[in-house]
Design a protein around this ligand. Structure first.
Ligand code: PEP
Ligand code: MN
Length: 336
């Protein structure tokens, strides 16, 4: 249920409506909109009687919410959420690019890649310090040392850094170093991790589970928002299908579907979708044309020797060309 206040309603009237909602045992969540405030009603068991709130001072209308998710839905908030990180904004019609290696391997490696992707126009640097690997015998990431190297990248290049957090135990440590925390596909429904991310001050990139339906993904985002963190960026990274020609299948149609259902920004990761670099390039162009709110691409200075995901990592020169072409595509589709 959404209690929509009149345009320009005073703070006192909004607070009075909040109090009236909470007195009935519900949670009231004011949502500032373009020109009016709405108050979302959460934690109701069963339907809420609109008549309780229709007569309150300053209330314009009471709208039933038909979706199972609330805070993430466009029913609750019509305007797009803008997530600001450094001088990048996700969700305002621009297309910030996040680039970097799959894993942080050494100082020389991250510095070399960070300088290249910055020169090419990337706004954020990515790199995993804690890596969720299918095999326990594969490289697991440098851990804290990797986070320290990311901090060094930020210091020297000014690029904000994105890195994955794998569990609740290491959350405090990761958020101390990261500008944006990433929750990976394998953890999309790790509800205790989602709740912890909801208590964080850091924006969260929530990747789609590898076989998650749109509703499950939005429900996962709802966990984060329900704890109070509104800075959630969704990331489509491919879903598992029956095909063998690519690592996953990039579900491009989920981008307009998410935009219809939710006000949250959605970015695309063509690297983990494709698994091989020639496909990554084609999918990057498709993402640029599609109206996504940004992109995340793996780039490596020496992909042949990469400790993870070398086959899908672009060479820096390739990334440079991809950036140029994505700008040209944006000119055509009228994007910033
Ligand atoms: C990654 O971004 O490095 C990663 C492991 O991605 P995903 O969770 O999408 O597999
Ligand atoms: Mn990777």
């Amino acid at each position: 249920m959404l209690v929509v206040m009149e345009k320009g309603t005073s703070e006192e009237k909004i607070q009075a409506a909040v109090n009236a909602i909470e007195k009935r045992g519900y949670t009231a969540r004011p949502i500032p909109g373009g020109d009016r405030v709405s108050i979302g009603i959460l934690h109701n068991k069963g339907s809420v009687d609109a008549a309780h709130f229709l007569g309150l001072d300053g209330v314009k209308e009471v709208i039933p919410v038909t979706k199972p998710y609330k805070l993430v839905s466009r029913e609750f908030q019509q305007e797009n959420t803008h997530v600001k990180v450094g001088d990048a904004v996700f969700g305002n019609g621009s297309f910030p690019v996040i680039a970097g290696p799959c894993a942080v391997e050494s100082e020389e490696q991250v510095m070399s890649i960070a300088n290249s992707v910055k020169d090419a126009g990337a706004k954020l640097f990515r790199g995993g310090a804690f890596k969720p690997r299918t095999s326990p015998y594969s490289f697991q990431g440098l851990g804290k040392k990797g986070l320290e190297l990311l901090a060094k990248v930020r210091e020297e290049t000014g690029l904000p850094v994105v890195t994955e957090v794998m569990d609740v135990e290491t959350f405090d440590l990761v958020e101390e170093y990261a500008d944006v925390v990433q929750i990976g596909t394998r953890n999309m429904q790790n509800f205790s991790l989602l709740r912890r991310a909801g208590k964080s001050e850091r924006p969260v990139i929530l990747k789609r589970g590898m076989s998650a339906m749109l509703q499950e993904w939005l429900m996962a985002a709802e966990y984060i928002m329900e704890e109070g963190n509104n800075n959630v960026i969704l990331c489509e990274r491919g879903v598992r299908t029956f095909v063998r020609h690519s690592r996953n299948t990039l579900d491009l149609s989920v981008v307009p579907a998410v935009k219809k259902e939710s006000h949250l920004p959605i970015i695309v990761d063509p690297s983990h979708a494709a698994g091989v670099r020639d496909q990554v390039i084609s999918l990057a162009y498709a993402s640029a044309a599609l109206g996504a709110d940004g992109i995340m691409i793996e780039v490596h200075n020496n992909p042949e020797e990469a400790m993870s995901d070398g086959a899908q990592s672009l060479y820096p020169e390739q990334f440079f060309k991809v950036m140029k072409k994505m700008i040209a595509i944006h000119d055509i589709v009228g994007k910033k």
